[in-house]
Design a protein around this ligand. Structure first.
Ligand SMILES: Cc1cc2nc3c(=O)[nH]c(=O)nc-3n(C[C@H](O)[C@H](O)[C@H](O)COP(=O)(O)OP(=O)(O)OC[C@H]3O[C@@H](n4cnc5c(N)ncnc54)[C@H](O)[C@@H]3O)c2cc1C
Length: 426
């Protein structure tokens, strides 16, 4: 088995890995702690267990039952979102919440309580989980749902893999008429224009998100919005793109190359702005077009900073800080969360604006910028997203997750992660 790493490839971790094959299997007996591992699409260390063992779930990938009339799907936790959509879209059903890549597992989607471009309408992934089974280190198999073992359910949704192994889950899907999205791209300049577009779009569209280029000369971006289309059509067999063939040297993703790429992407977006119908793949998962694109950043990898803040002034302060730092963000995304309550004790989404910025890992220089951004978020009473984090201080985690003490009572003592040990360090 290839050594397992997170998407950002930072921090490095040395750990054993045991593959889980069947939902009926007992937990393997190992020395030290265990942590479930889905597809390793988390950027930081919430999917790593340095010095321990990972329970690798990619072979826990069977569909169990699909009620096509009600759109209720039961599957093992290692099934990927891509596999679910390939099965259900031709039958008129879609997942209510999908992230920016379809190459994540159901277990990972639950454990980070992921959000999509329609958070303001439907909330998080966990809100559409009807039931799940949790395998604890005692051998107990706990059936959990909002009505059965509700506390353990609320701890497991966004539970970062720390309450046990989710073996299967039952999901409520939403009806669609076909694979197409009626989409529109609108170029914009400046934060005020973003927020005006966002206020208008969130009333008229189900899905909204902006790609941003936070240049020192001023923010510019492309606002994407869309709805499921009434147009029917064939669903092409999903093609897995080949992996990016090599680890590029660190200098390949430099300030000037990023700036040139961003300028090109913006210009292309402006030229192609307006309305069109696109298949769901390019609309929701544009980054999946190149397999293992994180190799572009070389072996040192990348860090993503994703926060949520309620105050628009804090978004401005964050972007100003990046602009004045001399460090160029290689990918920026800005969207807003709505008020649908998140079901997990540690769920990240809450009302406000969520800003995500990728940075090539340049060591001390990048860490200093991330520390400065983290301080702005703390000051603003916001939170950082554990799925994307490799750096936040224990105090930031605690401040951003007020139900932490309640959550801790449900952690399985045999489960741990590099993230957990870092953010719980005294
Ligand atoms: C290009 C890209 C775009 C993304 N876009 C978004 C987005 O729009 N919204 C969003 O919310 N996130 C987004 N993400 C983050 C991603 O959705 C989450 O990190 C997700 O949790 C990854 O799932 P995974 O299967 O890879 O799990 P991993 O990263 O392997 O693990 C994540 C967590 O889940 C736990 N886990 C995995 N399987 C199980 C199981 N069976 N039982 C219990 N715990 C388990 C692990 O222990 C770990 O704590 C994006 C990531 C990438 C790379």
């Amino acid at each position: 088995m290839q050594p397992l790493e997170s998407w950002g490839r930072y921090p490095a971790a040395r750990q054993a890995a045991v593959s889980v094959h069947w939902r009926s299997d007992p937990l393997p007996r190992v020395h030290g702690t265990v942590l479930p591992f889905g597809q390793g699409r988390s950027y930081g260390d919430c999917c790593l267990n340095d010095g321990g063992t990972l329970l690798e779930t990619s072979r826990l990938d069977r569909f169990i039952e699909f009620d096509q009339d009600r759109g209720v799907l039961r599957c093992e936790a290692g099934v990927r979102i891509a596999d679910i959509l390939a099965l259900t879209v031709p039958r008129g059903w879609f997942l209510p919440v999908v992230p920016g890549t379809q190459l994540v597992s159901v277990g990972g989607a639950i454990a980070n309580d992921i959000h999509g471009k329609n958070h303001f309408r439907v909330g998080t992934f966990g809100g559409h989980v009807r039931a799940l089974e949790l395998l604890r280190s005692t051998g107990e198999r706990a059936a959990c749902s909002p009505g059965e073992n509700p506390e353990l359910f609320a701890a497991t949704v966004a539970g970062l893999g720390l309450t046990g192994l989710v073996t299967w889950a039952e999901l409520q899907l939403r009806p669609v008429q076909g694979p197409f999205i009626d989409s529109e791209t609108v170029p914009f300049r400046g934060l005020d224009e973003f927020f005006a577009l966002d206020t208008d779009s969130s009333q008229r569209f189900e899905y909204t998100v902006a790609w941003i280029d936070p240049r020192p000369r001023g923010l510019r971006g492309l606002y994407f919005r869309g709805d499921h289309s009434a147009r029917g059509g064939k669903v092409p067999r999903p093609r897995e793109p080949g992996p990016f063939p090599l680890d590029l040297p660190g200098f390949a993703v430099s300030g000037p190359t990023i700036a040139a790429f961003n300028a090109l992407y913006y210009a292309r977006g402006r030229l192609r702005s307006g309305r069109k119908q696109v298949r769901y793949g390019p609309f929701f998962f544009p980054l999946d077009g190149v397999g293992r694109w994180n190799r572009v950043y070389g072996k040192r990898g990348l860090l993503q900073f994703q926060c949520v803040v309620q105050d628009r002034a804090a978004v401005r302060a964050l972007l100003d800080r990046v602009g004045s730092s001399g460090t160029v963000s290689s990918l920026g995304v800005l969207k807003t969360f709505g008020g649908v309550p998140s079901p997990g004790m540690l769920s990240f989404p809450r009302p406000g604006a969520t800003l995500a910025l990728d940075f090539p890992n340049r060591g001390a220089e990048t860490f200093a910028l991330l520390d400065a951004l983290e301080a702005i978020v703390r000051e603003a009473g916001g939170a950082l997203y554990p799925a994307k984090d490799a750096r936040m201080a224990p105090a930031t985690f605690a401040a951003g997750h007020p139900r932490l003490a309640e959550f801790e009572r449900h952690v399985d003592p045999a489960f741990s992660s590099s993230f957990w040990r870092r953010v719980r360090a005294a």
